[in-house]
Design a protein around this ligand. Structure first.
Ligand SMILES: Nc1nc2c(ncn2[C@@H]2O[C@H](COP(=O)(O)OP(=O)(O)OP(=O)(O)O)[C@@H](O)[C@H]2O)c(=O)[nH]1
Ligand SMILES: [Mg+2]
Length: 454
């Protein structure tokens, strides 16, 4: 299916960006090339592909945005571009009176779609019927009857009638017993004056609450002209794109509808009654561009870090009393989290850094933590209570370094980390309360990222 293919290409592109240590020009170029290939393969308008490529390249070179923020920015940009391509979709809800008219050219899939939608709502406990107003094609009535029998919904057709309006008048009263009335109309070769006239008068007569245009994905980008023409002529309220399963041109049809400003409600992905999907590009894309294993990381932190400890530390912090002893407790809980490399593996984009820097550097990170603990132990109670004493007096730093078997730069690094952690604890309030949102996750991820300076 076209969406899945696009989605997986997009996922590959975002992974490349997320995993890159440096966003250099050649990397961005290669990601943009992959993306272009995927979009063009999906029949997306070439002009649009160019625009998207330019935007991504520009923001990649934008010096104002840096580091992980830049990655996020580009990934979000891709997401937004894809939404632009796919359109926002459109949700339909059943109102009090629901008469849905299906219009479209020959063989677009109107009758088949009515069967699918009928099945969908009747399975959800609604009373659904279909009315056949295609009086032009001799076999149309019989086809609709079969489709309805297949999904067990009631069907009203008059095989002898030659006027759609007469047929409607015949069954109008009966349709009042139903929650949803699906009206099948006749197709034509092209949207000509006759067809417009018929759709308009049928729509008015049946009091259609929705007018859905059914188009087949095979027509690709030409769907734009069709969607725009139908929109202009009969004010369609939504689109169903059929045969998304059997063509590579689905991207073209979707873009075309987005450009014509008509919302796609469903897509048909096969001939069977179950082969209908609600079109939800936002949900689909956010699943594809998920936040990596950040959630898993947060769960892990949550399970290790005692909420009570954090609360207590925060309370002390609020009173300006966060001390080196508190820092040591925090270092211990970081130790329980597993080694730094495990934490890094869970932050999107960090796993590749891990590979690049190699185990030995990570080892030394852990070594460093250990030395910090020795440093803290060599401090006087007054220094632990108020580490800013150390910043003022170099002799104290020298004494601690000497006493703990560390270097003065170890002690300085410790002081730096202490400050950073103080900040982090300020942000962990969400954790302590049990709730954490995506924004907070990203903030924390950045903090972890910054901590890993090599
Ligand atoms: N593969 C595939 N085939 C579909 C899909 N939707 C419809 N079809 C097929 O397309 C053909 C035409 O479908 P119909 O439902 O008869 O189309 P229609 O718009 O009612 O056609 P007219 O009444 O002649 O205007 C049938 O063979 C369907 O089985 C789909 O989502 N995927
Ligand atoms: Mg039909």
């Amino acid at each position: 299916m076209i969406l899945e293919k696009l989605g997986s290409s997009l996922k590959k592109a975002t992974d490349k960006i997320a995993n890159a240590v440096f966003l250099d020009k050649s990397l961005v170029d290669s990601v943009v090339r992959d993306l272009q290939r995927a979009l063009i393969e999906a029949d997306v308008n070439i002009q649009l592909v160019k625009e998207i490529s330019e935007k991504i390249k520009q923001s990649a070179l934008d010096e104002r945005i840096k580091g992980i923020e830049k990655k996020e920015h580009i990934i979000k940009l891709m997401h937004d571009s894809l939404i632009k391509i796919l359109g926002k979709g459109r949700e339909v809800e059943l109102g009090k009176k629901n008469v849905w008219l299906f219009v479209g050219l020959y063989g677009a899939g109107k009758t088949t779609t009515i069967g699918k939608i009928g099945a969908y709502y009747s399975k959800r406990g609604k009373k659904v019927c279909a009315v056949g107003l295609d009086v032009h094609r001799p076999a149309a009535m019989e086809q609709l009857k079969q489709v309805c029998a297949n999904v067990k919904i009631d069907c009203f057709v008059d095989a002898n009638a030659s006027d759609a309006l007469v047929v409607w008048k015949e069954f109008k009263e009966k349709t009042k017993d139903y929650d949803l009335v699906l009206v099948d109309s006749a197709g034509r070769d092209a949207l000509d004056a006759d067809l417009i006239k018929e759709i308009k008068s049928v729509g008015k007569l049946v009091g259609a609450s929705e007018r859905f245009l059914v188009i087949q994905a095979d027509i690709g980008q030409t769907a734009k002209k069709q969607a725009a023409a139908f929109k202009e002529a009969v004010g369609i309220t939504g689109v169903v794109i059929t045969r998304m399963d059997s063509t590579a041109k689905g991207g073209g049809a979707l873009t075309a509808c987005a450009e014509a400003g008509v919302g796609v409600v469903w897509i048909g992905v096969g001939e069977k009654p179950v082969d209908l999907e609600l079109f939800e590009p936002e949900g689909f894309l956010s699943r594809m561009l998920g936040m990596g294993d950040l959630k898993a990381l947060m769960d892990k932190i949550h399970s290790v870090v005692d909420a009570k400890d954090i609360k207590a530390a925060q309370a002390r912090l609020a009173e300006g009393k966060f001390t080196m002893d508190d820092f040591k407790t925090q270092l211990d809980s970081m130790g329980q989290l597993g080694s730094f490399d495990k934490i890094m593996g869970m932050v999107p984009g960090m796993s590749k850094i891990k590979e690049k820097v190699g185990e030995d550097v990570l080892e030394s990170q852990q070594e460093k933590t250990k030395r910090w603990k020795y440093c803290i132990e060599s401090m006087t109670p007054a220094e632990r209570e108020n580490p800013s004493l150390l910043e003022k007096e170099t002799s104290r730093i020298q004494r601690i370094a000497h006493g703990s078997g560390c270097t003065t730069s170890d002690v300085r690094a410790l002081l730096k980390q202490f400050k950073m952690l103080k900040e982090m604890i300020g942000m962990q309030s969400g954790l302590a309360e049990g709730g954490i949102d995506n924004k907070m996750m990203m903030k924390l991820a950045r903090k972890f990222g910054k901590k890993m300076r090599f």
